[in-house]
Design a protein around this ligand. Structure first.
Ligand SMILES: C[S@@+](CC[C@H](N)C(=O)[O-])C[C@H]1O[C@@H](n2cnc3c(N)ncnc32)[C@H](O)[C@@H]1O
Length: 324
């Protein structure tokens, strides 16, 4: 399946790219969003692409180059939690500052569609799940080593799995017979613990366990919280007129795919808005139109939230008006 960027029209409308601006894509993926932005910032603008997955980063570069051959591209391989620090250091030395930031969370089609990456229970493969291939711990190692109680906690917390205790018990029993090292075997063990509901539209019983392990292997919530903290630091620095990775007026967008991700985004943006550091650009989460949901199933659970960095002038105006 080819990767189709989610909420493309909504993202472009909220980013509102202008010629000469700098776009920072925290999760470049296949460069779908970036390729749409690049022609609009033009040769005087810049596209900064970041991904933990080096193979995806190369694909993103190719796609952006094809869409806008004369636009300047800068790449960073790594967790987006570390990107603002790198950009702030560059900004201190006169490097580019972001006018637009996008984090489109989760995995890309290249990752889930490749059985060797171990994300999918529909096709058998090694139980890996690392988006960053240099991470030290795979899902197989977690399943092999976590004590039953911790395994249950992970499934409950990150999979919102009602049957966490039962699944953990059976996983521990089964791993004693033989190690669980493939996605197929993990899915079978979970299905044996939680039989599929008779309702044909119900999700596969293995879905929540896979989600939970993927979140832990990639420290997805920790990374997101670190990025949100950096947006806060950047917004405060911009309000104080200090050099930072975010330009005043920068639009910051986050697309999440489940409530564990959406909640911290909602809270962080609301907190910054209450301090007068950002203006909210979305009242609530934006989702796909019916047409997009039908055309691109991955978009169905997407939720987009956005804000604009106020910066020093806006901050003073708000203070004078007694709003902060
Ligand atoms: C949904 S895809 C992005 C798709 C992209 N917006 C496009 O239009 O092609 C998510 C990408 O984010 C990357 N990713 C996930 N978590 C990350 C993190 N913490 N830091 C950097 N990249 C991450 C994944 O490797 C994947 O390539």
């Amino acid at each position: 399946m080819t990767h189709v960027p989610v909420l493309p029209a909504e993202v472009l409308e909220l980013l509102a790219p202008r010629a000469g601006e700098v776009y920072v894509d925290c999760t470049a993926g296949l460069g779908g969003h970036a390729a749409a932005v690049a022609p609009l910032v033009g040769p005087t603008g810049a596209i900064i692409l970041n991904d933990v997955d080096p193979a995806n980063l190369s694909r993103a570069v190719q796609n952006v180059q094809a869409a806008a051959p004369h636009t300047r591209i800068e790449t960073h391989t790594g967790n987006f939690a570390d990107l603002p620090r790198k950009l702030s250091e560059q900004a201190g030395g006169g490097g580019p500052r972001a006018d637009m930031v996008l984090a489109d969370l989760g995995f890309a089609s290249t990752q889930v569609d490749d059985p060797k990456r171990g994300f999918s229970f529909s096709r058998d493969g090694p139980l890996d799940m690392r988006m960053d291939p240099s991470l030290p711990v795979t899902a197989a190692e977690l399943v092999a080593t976590l004590p039953e109680r911790e395994l249950a906690e992970v499934l409950r917390m990150y999979g919102e799995e009602r049957h966490a205790g039962r699944i953990a018990r059976i996983l521990v029993r089964e791993r004693e017979h033989s190690p669980i090292t493939t996605t197929g075997r993990l899915a079978d063990v979970v299905r044996s613990a939680v039989p599929r509901r008779s309702d044909p539209s119900s999700i596969d019983p293995a879905t929540r366990t896979f989600q939970a392990l993927r979140i832990v292997v990639n420290d997805e919530i920790g990374s997101l919280e670190a990025l949100l903290a950096e947006v806060g630091r950047g917004a405060r620095a911009a309000a104080a007129g200090k050099p930072t990775w975010l330009n005043p007026g920068a639009r910051v967008l986050v697309i999440s795919f489940h409530s564990l991700e959406d909640r911290p985004v909602k809270q962080a943006l609301a907190e910054l808005a209450s301090q007068g550091l950002v203006e909210l650009l979305t009242d609530g989460p934006l989702g796909p139109t019916e047409e997009e949901a039908a055309r691109n199933p991955r978009s169905r659970s997407s939720r987009l939230r956005a804000c604009r960095i106020v910066g020093v002038r806006g901050q003073r105006e708000k203070s004078r008006a007694g709003q902060v």
